[in-house]
Design a protein around this ligand. Structure first.
Ligand SMILES: Nc1ncnc2c1ncn2[C@@H]1O[C@H](COP(=O)(O)OP(=O)(O)OP(=O)(O)O)[C@@H](O)[C@H]1O
Length: 244
């Protein structure tokens, strides 16, 4: 992990329809770090990642991604985003979906094809590359979305519940890849409800009602909650007891 900051969020307030969804969020994410955003459904995790990458505007505060003040298009090529719901072209094949996005990032021809096969192999879809996506299962679509998020080797990878619908063997493969990216200096933000994934993050930010209520390594969070496991900490911080 380097000391360079990949993402800096300062005093951030975000609203939907004049209702405050995120309230004074402050967060520093270092390069080469995997940070997990953990919180009950509706707490604001997706809103936070969308705001970080510039898909959602904000009413107050500041967001800096890879030294650029957001929102800006300057960092688009450096960000890979795997959304919670898959944005895929059902009538195209798996590989054509990957190639479509590769081209948007300026990767073309032979190199694009090579890279597309590489990322499809990573998610174990190489045998299904030429099938139309409408024939894919839910888990296969998640895997294809991950392949697309990885195609341009982004410096910052944002994964919104990446392993929903993914079996344990493939989940391990995903995490091996996330760790490889981290070890080569990439930064990953992952939202999750899966407790064993929370342990795999260097750092966790627990979110409740649009506020960060605890932050630190998994062990620091467990200790601060007085529990034994991340699940204890999650439950503690998800009730009024855990709120400051
Ligand atoms: N497009 C929208 N318009 C209005 N309100 C929204 C919109 N998107 C999200 N919200 C509201 O913002 C709040 C936070 O939602 P968000 O999707 O960020 O939560 P989350 O923590 O990611 O939840 P989950 O774990 O269920 O995905 C919720 O109250 C939700 O209803």
């Amino acid at each position: 992990m380097s000391n360079n900051v990949a993402v800096k969020v300062c005093n951030l307030d975000v609203e939907y329809d004049k209702v405050k969804i995120l309230n004074n969020i402050n967060l520093n994410i270092k390069e080469g770090e995997i940070i997990g955003l953990l919180g009950p459904s509706g707490s604001g995790k997706t809103t936070l990642v969308k705001t970080i990458i510039g898909m959602k505007g904000f009413v107050k505060g500041k967001v800096v991604v890879l030294d650029e003040k957001m929102p800006t298009l300057k960092v688009v090529n450096d960000i890979g985003y795997m959304a919670q719901s898959d944005a895929l072209y059902d009538d195209l094949t798996g590989i054509d979906n990957v190639l479509f996005f590769a081209e948007l990032y300026g990767i073309k021809g032979k190199i694009a094809k090579q890279r597309a096969m590489e990322v499809l192999e990573l998610v174990d879809l190489q045998k299904h590359a030429k099938r139309p996506v409408k024939n894919y299962s839910g888990g296969m679509k998640r895997r294809l979305s991950l392949a697309i998020a990885l195609v341009h080797s982004p410096k910052l990878l944002i994964l919104d519940e990446p392993t929903v619908g993914i079996d344990p063997i493939l989940r391990k493969k995903f995490w091996d890849e996330f760790n490889r990216i981290k070890n080569s200096g990439g930064t990953i933000i992952v939202t999750t409800h899966v407790m064993d994934e929370a342990y795999k993050c260097n750092k966790l930010a627990l979110i409740r009602n649009g506020k960060i209520i605890a932050e630190g390594s998994p062990n620091e969070i467990i200790t601060a909650s007085g529990g034994q496991t991340i699940e204890d900490a999650f439950l503690f911080y998800s009730t009024d007891e855990g709120e400051e």
